[in-house]
Ligand binder design. Structure first.
Ligand code: NAX
Length: 327
């Protein structure tokens, strides 16, 4: 058995937290030979509820759970952590403009970035789930000047998984038959789910579906899936979001399969003409805990326009939060 690693989860008493913590403790994220110490952060009023979650975690008697820390102090939460899943965020309230939302989240992700900078392991792997995820990740990164900027990522894996499931259903195949799915850009309705490089059972996906289905059905369905879940369930995606967070971290820690890739929101290095610095969804392969953007994909005019539109939205979001960056 390996030595335990420390995994921080913020918003730990929320609905995604409740779907996430038990799977991490069961070994779904880092494997069956990796004990974990869970660091759970909540706001002060949610600490009693969090205590209930800790009681349940203990009651599971998980062989891999080597300890728990439950706190409302960000400096305690991020002390020596190897992984940090930043889930807790400020939801959009009635009448709240995007500007207000970004500002409210800046007040959360700025201090969290600083606390990671001051207390986390130097190779900490940070995943931001709380929305607006890409720009919240940027705020945290920009408040952590001593950490490698590539430590900070945002979740587009739920969109990636949703796209796999839609394509599997359409083609009558299983999602395990699908390779090389790509989500470009922002985890928002401007995201671009790209089928040009995807394969189903080794065949090009776009040779199996009509262009009209791709443009008018598949793309909007994936982009609007979050809203469809809210309409059906009366609550936003939680178990699927937690599952995607597990997938994201497992791929990052344990690597991607030969001949396949995954989608991750990562700091742009300018690849594919995207603004350097924004946290943009890219296709990546991962080896030894390091991700690399898949290079050399052919981008046609259809894709270019959509990749640029989501880049533009991310640049606008960045312009709205630049005053929150550490100098
Ligand atoms: P909940 O409202 O159920 O839980 C959020 C929890 O975060 C609450 O318990 C709250 O007390 C806590 N919290 C708030 N501020 C905090 C802070 N400063 N430090 C620590 N904890 C804090 O929301 P839930 O459904 O769990 O969703 C969490 C976030 O995930 C939301 O921002 C949501 O928009 C986002 N999502 C992101 C997705 C993605 O694909 N990137 C998909 C699912 C989800 O919508």
């Amino acid at each position: 058995m390996k030595a335990p690693v420390r995994v921080a989860v913020t918003g730990a008493a929320g609905q995604i937290g409740y779907a996430l913590l038990f799977r991490i403790a069961a070994g779904d994220m880092l494997g069956p030979d990796q004990p974990v110490i869970l660091h759970m952060l909540e706001i002060t009023p949610a600490l009693p509820a969090l205590q209930g979650v800790v009681m349940e975690l203990n009651d599971c008697a998980f062989p891999l759970l080597a300890g728990t820390v439950a706190t409302d102090d960000v400096n305690v939460a991020f002390k020596d952590v190897d992984y940090a899943l930043l889930v807790g965020a400020r939801p959009r309230g009635p009448g709240m403009e995007r500007k207000d939302l970004l500002e409210a989240n800046g007040a959360i992700f700025g201090p969290q970035g600083k606390a990671l900078n001051d207390h986390a392991k130097r190779d900490v792997k940070v995943l931001v789930v709380g929305n607006p995820a890409n720009t919240n990740a940027l705020i945290a990164q920009q408040n952590a000047p001593d950490l490698d900027p590539n430590c900070f990522t945002a979740m587009v894996r739920l969109d990636h998984n949703r796209a796999m499931s839609q394509l599997a259903e359409k083609t009558g195949k299983h999602n395990t038959d699908i390779k090389k799915m790509t989500i470009w850009g922002n985890h928002s309705s401007t995201q671009y789910p790209d089928l040009h490089h995807a394969t189903v059972d080794g065949k090009p996906a776009l040779s199996l579906v009509e262009q009209s289905w791709y443009e008018s059905d598949f793309i909007p369905t994936v982009q609007q899936r979050g809203a469809a879940i809210i309409k059906a369930r009366g609550a936003s995606s939680a178990a699927s979001a937690a599952s995607a967070a597990i997938d994201h971290m497992r791929s990052w820690a344990l690597g991607t399969a030969e001949g396949d890739w995954v989608s991750m929101g990562i700091p742009s290095d300018g690849s594919y003409g995207i603004a350097p610095g924004v946290i943009y969804g890219y296709p990546v392969t991962i080896k030894n805990g390091k991700y690399a953007i898949v290079q050399g994909l052919e981008i046609n005019d259809f894709s270019r326009a959509r990749m640029d539109a989501t880049d533009k939205e991310l640049r606008e979001e960045r312009a709205g939060v630049e005053h929150l960056f550490a100098k």
